[in-house]
Design a protein around this ligand. Structure first.
Ligand code: NAG
Ligand code: NAG
Length: 212
């Protein structure tokens, strides 16, 4: 069979949709809850940690949101596994915290790392969940939310000179944000949006998830 460079149907992805919004609580309640299921300290960052600010600032593209008065999360969680994601969501909901989910953190509106509605919030940062696994025979790939579009394109190019995926134009955009936002890019005229090329998704849920 003959394909051209844009002949890739591709991409399913792991997406963490966080659909739970509640109001006000303390960060201690959240951290206590989290410590019951997550033993590793090095994925939980509070403002007392020296890594907190560099981590928070690591993806800020719009410097308007890099000020001392920009509302900051009570904690940033960087899950290493899907169960860490579930625990973070469950504890966030129990503690009535808003949850901001950051994949690539490219957004110029700051939606993935700040909040202007006065309610306390945490950032669920998926920067450690960024694997890209490509099946070039099947012309599909599983991609985790935290991978960037640049990484996705790079790994596809390592597997094949012929396949490609209709991503966006900015390499720092996270796959999670691109696909949930639709995803307009240079291949859109022929292949549609990134979201048009999603054939499967594993979506984390709040209800019924087992924190463990
Ligand atoms: C941060 O440090 C302050 C002052 O040392 C302390 O009162 C507070 O409990 C600490 N917060 C966390 C989340 O560890
Ligand atoms: C954000 O502000 C901090 C100082 O508060 C600075 O060190 C950092 O370089 C700034 N980030 C960018 C992208 O300019």
């Amino acid at each position: 069979m003959k394909f051209n460079i844009s002949n890739c149907e591709l991409v399913s992805f792991f997406l963490t949709l966080v659909l739970c919004f509640f109001i006000s609580t303390s960060s201690n309640e959240f951290l206590d809850c989290l410590s019951q299921t997550i033993s590793s300290d090095d994925i939980v960052f509070t403002p007392n940690d020296t890594s907190y600010s560099p981590l928070l600032q690591s993806t800020i593209q719009n410097l308007r949101f890099n000020t001392t008065t920009t509302p900051k999360p009570l904690a940033i969680i960087t899950p290493l596994s899907y169960s860490h994601v579930q625990s973070t969501v469950i504890c966030g909901v129990k503690s009535r915290l808003n949850i901001r989910t950051r994949s690539g953190g490219h957004d110029y509106e700051g939606l993935s790392y700040t909040s202007f509605d006065q309610d306390p919030f945490i950032v669920l940062d998926l920067n450690q969940l960024r694997s890209v696994s490509i099946d070039s025979q099947a012309k599909t790939a599983w991609v985790e939310s935290g991978a960037t579009l640049g990484e996705l394109s790079y790994y596809v190019s390592q597997k094949s000179n012929l396949l490609g995926f209709p991503t966006g134009e900015c390499t720092s955009v996270g796959v999670g944000g691109q696909l949930t936002g639709g995803g307009y890019g240079t291949m859109a005229r022929k292949y549609g949006l990134s979201a048009d090329n999603v054939i499967d998704a594993l979506v984390g849920r709040c209800e019924g998830a087992n924190p463990g």
